[in-house]
Write a protein that binds this ligand. Structure first.
Ligand SMILES: [Zn+2]
Length: 292
């Protein structure tokens, strides 16, 4: 009888592994990945967050093109963490040709552990994905150590393409997603091709955030493109901020192949014409719902 209870307990905890995972569990997952793929995977520390904890990631493969996947700018969006971990495992098992893939599953550690959107620094809560320099406004820039560490990392490593993972609309979004009517970049056709490829398995919508969701100023995606010409795509995964294990399995099944295909078809160099030359619209500033 006791044995059966233990068995059931173990089964239940396994079933809820993804939805209940905390940051210690994420670090364990990455350490195990390195152990299982010692020739391909290396863990690294991005830097310290304001909570004093190390933000960790994995470097996978050793190709000449450095690309990046980041989950969980918003701590409550744990579904994005799971897709990042599954993507890391997939690439570790089968690296992408010519690429070195950096995966940081959780940027906002305290938010992730408490399942809350914001991250605290100096006694105030901040929205990590409104904390980057941006043409039409920002909450920051860089109120948070986590966002500054990520910006430094992108510069130092010469990141070419990136995917940042969020929940929950079912969309792949490219620049410009800011408070402007001038949402076109010089590369709209290419961005459309990339996001079409990325969403072929999921059937998600694709476009810019301003048109599809709402304008958001100070996001990583617009910053990385504006500052460096990084091919930066934001994913709104699934249809819930509190996905069940079955929802998460579906999100992984539908998005990991799309992410692989997208990075495979990404340019090998950054965009050249990445300055924002449009006009900001002050009247659009209040449209940011801040719920995704
Ligand atoms: Zn989000």
């Amino acid at each position: 009888m006791i044995k059966i209870s233990f068995f059931l307990l173990a089964l239940v905890s396994q079933v809820n592994a993804a939805t209940d995972r905390n940051y210690a569990g994420v670090k364990q997952f990455l350490a195990d990945l390195q152990k299982n793929y010692p020739k391909t995977v290396q863990t690294f520390t991005l830097g310290k967050s304001d909570s004093g904890e190390d933000i960790v990631g994995v470097k996978i493969g050793s190709g000449e093109i450095p690309n990046l996947v980041v989950g969980t700018h918003h701590g409550n969006e744990y579904g994005s963490t799971e897709v990042a971990l599954a993507f890391a495992e997939s690439v570790a098992d089968k690296p992408l040709n010519h690429q070195t893939m950096y995966v940081i599953p959780v940027l906002n550690i305290p938010g992730y552990n408490s399942r809350s959107r914001h991250e605290m620094a100096n006694g105030r809560y901040h929205d990590a994905n409104r904390d980057y320099p941006s043409p039409c406004g920002t909450d920051g820039p860089f109120n948070l150590k986590s966002t500054l560490a990520l910006a430094d990392f992108v510069r130092e490593k010469g990141i070419v393409g990136s995917a940042t993972l969020h929940t929950y609309t079912g969309a792949a979004l490219y620049p410009w997603g800011i408070s402007t009517h001038d949402v076109k970049t010089e590369y709209d056709e290419l961005f459309i091709e990339l996001t079409k490829t990325a969403t072929a398995h999921s059937g998600y919508q694709f476009g810019n955030s301003t048109d599809l969701l709402y304008p958001a100023d100070g996001t990583f995606e617009d910053y990385a493109f504006m500052e460096h010409g990084v091919w930066s795509i934001l994913f709104e995964l699934g249809y819930s901020h509190s996905p069940s294990q079955a929802d998460i399995d579906k999100m992984i099944e539908r998005n990991v192949p799309g992410l692989r295909d997208m990075f495979t078809s990404m340019p090998s160099e950054r965009a050249e014409k990445h300055a924002f030359t449009g006009k900001c619209e002050a009247r659009m500033l209040g449209l940011d719902r801040r719920d995704e």
